[in-house]
Write a protein that binds this ligand. Structure first.
Ligand SMILES: [Zn+2]
Ligand SMILES: [Zn+2]
Length: 287
């Protein structure tokens, strides 16, 4: 463990952020990994997609984080490590009217190729919006959201969907600016879309979930491979097909979780405690 903990003592980590994420990421990585986190100067992470409707993200969440990391290494080639985070927000796949947040914090070591992905997924998010036809409704929404500590964005809309090409007001600092932005959009287009700003520096809730994903990254770092001590020994596969307690055939129930190391290929298949599965999960016995 001691060897792992010292791996990054005084190494520089380039952090790809324009939105103040160093506030939560830097102290944790410094304390737990020994990394000296430095924000990559002049990096433009917005070109990989924004939450303020300027630029849509083209690939996956992980693609975007990796692209930010590549950009950070380009600007700071001397850094051994680069770190980036990326969020995604949307309707919960199972629970109606509930929003789901996913946050990843990715660390890449360009010396040994190590990549660690810290995760947060949960309902701790204030991702929401409202379409308004009067200023008072916009004010009410902003109050509920916690404005001005929590930022809001005002945009034009078409059929309840954001239409930033019509109008887009970000970085609204106070109530006067908010009222004037909403009034401007309503006068021109009849309605305005007001939404919570999901950019980290304007969203304390999001900052908290980025911190949680960073904790997860630290947890991964502290999980070394039993074979070669490389950090990041974690679950890479789940095997299903636990035998049915009636017919003995494979069911849809979990049989084992597989831990593996990307460095040396060490593999550890950990069987679940149960030897057989409920026939309810068997396609033969309970079709
Ligand atoms: Zn290994
Ligand atoms: Zn069966």
């Amino acid at each position: 463990m001691a060897i792992v903990a010292k791996l990054y003592e005084n190494e520089v980590a380039a952090l790809a952020t324009m939105h103040g994420k160093e506030r939560v990421i830097a102290p944790l990585l410094q304390r737990a990994l020994g990394l000296r986190v430095e924000v990559t100067p002049g990096i433009d992470t917005d070109r990989f997609g924004t939450f303020s409707h300027d630029i849509e993200r083209s690939g996956s969440q992980l693609d975007a984080a990796r692209a930010k990391i590549a950009a950070a290494f380009e600007i700071s080639p001397g850094a051994r490590v680069a770190v980036a985070s990326e969020g995604s927000f949307g309707p919960h796949p199972q629970i109606p009217f509930v929003a789901l947040a996913r946050e990843i914090v990715v660390l890449k070591d360009q010396l040994n190729g190590l990549e660690l992905i810290g995760n947060y997924a949960g309902m701790d998010t204030n991702f929401s919006h409202v379409v308004v036809k009067d200023v008072a409704s916009a004010i009410a929404f902003a109050k509920r959201a916690g404005f001005p500590r929590q930022g809001v964005i005002v945009a034009g809309c078409v059929d309840q969907k954001p239409a930033p090409e019509r109008a887009l007001f970000k970085d609204i600092g106070d109530w006067i600016d908010l009222e004037s932005a909403v009034a401007t959009v309503i006068i021109t287009w009849g309605a305005a879309l007001v939404e919570t700003d999901m950019r980290a520096h304007r969203n304390p809730t999001r900052m908290r979930t980025i911190k949680r994903a960073t904790f997860d990254l630290v947890r991964l770092f502290r999980s070394p491979c039993p074979g070669c001590q490389r950090p990041g020994f974690t679950i890479t596969q789940r095997l299903f097909g636990l035998p049915c307690s009636w017919c003995g055939g494979p069911t849809t129930a979990l049989k084992a979780t597989v831990y593996s190391c990307e460095g040396c290929g060490f593999r550890d298949e950990r069987l679940v405690k149960a030897a057989t599965a409920d026939p309810g999960q068997c396609e033969e016995c309970n079709p």
